[in-house]
Design a protein around this ligand. Sequence first.
Ligand SMILES: C[S@@+](CC[C@H](N)C(=O)[O-])C[C@H]1O[C@@H](n2cnc3c(N)ncnc32)[C@H](O)[C@@H]1O
Length: 178
Amino acid sequence: MQRWVEFPLFCRLGLKGEGQDVLEIGCGSGYGAVLLGRLRPGSYVGIDLMPEQIELARARPGLPGAEFLVMDAADMGRFPEASKDCIVMFGMLHHTRKWREVLRECHRVLRPGGTLFLEEPGGKAVRLWDKLFQWDHPAEASFGLAELEDQLRGGGFKIVKRLRLFPFGLYCAEKVPG
Ligand SMILES: C[S@@+](CC[C@H](N)C(=O)[O-])C[C@H]1O[C@@H](n2cnc3c(N)ncnc32)[C@H](O)[C@@H]1O
């Protein structure tokens, strides 16, 4: 999904990355780093809440210069304000009840004009999957795409490009300067 759908669609939405300071939130075992590395970023940092995932990411071969950190995206105090050009999230927000805080932190950490690329399923689909497959996403993160878009706009982002691929939404959102 990341390789064949999300990453190519992010590129279609304008993901460039070349020479940029890129942060991936919810990097898991580091496959996103492989894909984003193809864009030749100036720097790449991947963060994840789970130490086991970060260990796997660090052990992945062929990622010179990539840095992986255990960190809660709702509190990225370790990154200074306006220190990243681009933030990428491959379907991560609906895994955390603190999704609004994560978006606030993304806004703080991005440089003015910096871009956030995210892909999320709508809350109705997540609730259905939870029922069918006995998954257990947090109820507080069961947001609809309209609510996500409101949160982005209200949080100082301009949605530059959007793609709806039912039940998913993919976005390129820019931090509004000022
Ligand atoms: C859909 S998975 C992404 C998996 C990853 N793309 C991979 O290839 O392994 C979402 C990831 O977000 C992480 N995550 C969930 N809540 C988080 C948070 N508050 N801060 C940072 N990472 C978080 C999870 O641990 C999980 O690895």
